[in-house]
Design a protein around this ligand. Structure first.
Ligand SMILES: Cc1cc2nc3c(=O)[nH]c(=O)nc-3n(C[C@H](O)[C@H](O)[C@H](O)COP(=O)(O)O)c2cc1C
Length: 430
């Protein structure tokens, strides 16, 4: 954020607070974070086909998305114009807005929570909006966060139905991919680099292979799981940055040294650990069990024939990893979920902050994968996850704390039934 912006924001916050003291006249501003989506919807129309057209009719709709809303809200072009010209920062008098756009239109957007009113009647949406503002999301990052979250998607099933689940299918559908290697046409002389002798660390790096074949007949020893969690997520030290500002040291780097990422665990076949949901506590190197609402987890399961007969925990594992059964079979799934508000406390409405959270998760996942490999365990990371289902099951508020990736850990099977990329046979044969 630029320095001038901070002063401006503080002044506006001050102005906003004093406005709440006034009940009249009514003032209005736009909700803090708003995404207006121009969505194309297509349908097949036989009469259009018979009259020589393609038969596919498309229809455009405006949809408004905002963090405080339970669902998207359809708006018309006039409402888009009203939202577009209303400041999300400055409170303006309601009267001219009503005159220009009509009282009914202004009221509808107030009721939807897209406009925020200063009077007592609109206290609910104002509180919701204040809660969102206090999280300090950057607008474009919030749009992306919202747009990239899935709910109840069987991605594996969809990819298979489309014939895109293997290299041949991809090649058929998309043609030749961009080349595997890249050399610059404008490059100069090439200096071949020396190779250091192979060390144990090379063996470890080469043995890491994304595991899609877990042995569901064996248990994961608690010591193995504990070691991986300790090496990846535990506190390795701490520094007091300032009063009430402690900084965690972990084995992975973290933007701003804030380490916002939490590890939530779905355990099923771990020796000495009851199947269930847990939260890893980095300072105590401990797991805290979390409540589980089976009915809530299974609420949408009926949509998926592949989920029939699964227990709540099995269904959650399956839907968490986007319907990828070979990943769902991992003995323990680790949900990597940043507490965005910890990072955004420092990087307020910062265009890089969300990227930093994503990169943090990438670092942690690689540490987890290497730690699991070192422990002789299979592991994977995936971003093809149903964030909404995971949030619901673990009780996470999506704008405060939300999963960006899921890792799995467990003993490898003796036979490879699902493909793994292991050309030098470091993980296979076993
Ligand atoms: C961010 C990320 C997401 C991934 N998501 C999936 C996934 O959804 N399904 C899958 O089978 N593999 C997934 N993978 C694993 C990659 O397919 C794998 O890394 C790649 O095939 C190379 O194989 P290797 O990890 O064994 O070297 C993901 C990897 C990364 C880094």
């Amino acid at each position: 954020m630029r320095v001038g912006d901070a002063t401006l924001v503080a002044a506006r916050q001050q102005a906003a607070r004093s406005d709440f003291l006034l009940d009249e006249p009514m003032r209005i501003r736009r909700c803090a974070l708003l995404r207006l989506e121009s969505r194309e919807e297509t349908r097949f129309d036989l009469s259009a086909l018979l009259s020589g057209d393609t038969g596919v009719l498309s229809h455009m709709r405006w949809l408004a998305h905002a963090p405080a809303l339970q669902a998207e809200v359809e708006v018309d072009a006039a409402e888009v114009a009203l939202l577009g010209e209303t400041s999300p920062s400055d409170w303006v008098s309601a009267a001219p807005l009503r005159m220009r756009h009509g009282a009914a239109r202004v009221r509808r957007l107030l009721r939807a929570g897209l406009l925020v009113g200063s009077t007592a009647a609109w206290a609910h949406w104002r509180r919701e909006d204040e809660r969102v503002r206090a999280l300090h999301w950057h607008g474009a990052a919030a749009d992306y966060h919202h747009a990239s979250r899935w709910s109840g998607i069987d991605a594996a099933g969809e990819v298979e139905d489309a014939g895109l689940h293997n290299a041949e299918g991809l090649r058929r559908a998309y043609g030749v991919p961009p080349p595997m290697l890249h050399e610059r046409a404008d490059g100069g002389a090439i200096t071949v680099l020396p190779s250091a002798p192979r060390a144990a660390y090379d063996e470890l790096l080469d043995a890491r292979t994304s595991c899609r074949n877990f042995d569901v007949g064996r248990m994961l020893p608690l010591t193995g799981l504990a070691q991986v969690l300790k090496r990846t997520f535990a506190e390795r030290g701490r520094v007091r940055g300032a009063d009430d500002f402690d900084v965690l040291k972990r084995t992975s780097p973290s933007g701003g040294a804030l380490h916002p990422t939490e590890c939530y665990l779905l355990a099923r076949r771990v020796d000495g650990l009851a199947p269930g949901l847990y939260h890893y506590l980095p300072a105590r190197h401990a797991l805290q069990s979390l409540p589980m609402d089976d009915a809530r987890i299974l609420a949408d399961a009926g949509r998926h024939p592949a989920a029939r007969g699964k227990t709540a925990l099995d269904y959650l594992a399956w839907i968490a990893v986007g319907g990828q059964q070979y990943f769902a079979e991992a003995h323990a799934l680790c949900v990597l979920a940043p507490r965005f508000y910890r990072n955004f406390w420092k990087y307020r409405r910062h265009p890089k902050a969300y990227r930093v959270c994503i990169l943090d998760v990438g670092h942690l996942s690689q540490t987890l994968l290497l730690s699991a490999t070192e422990a002789g365990l299979g592991s994977f990371v995936t971003a093809a996850i149903n964030e909404v289902d995971i949030e619901r099951a673990f009780g996470l508020e999506p704008w405060s704390e939300s999963p960006l990736a899921v890792c799995g850990i467990g003993p490898r099977a003796d036979r490879m039934e699902t493909y793994e990329l292991d050309p030098n046979r470091r993980a296979w044969p076993r």
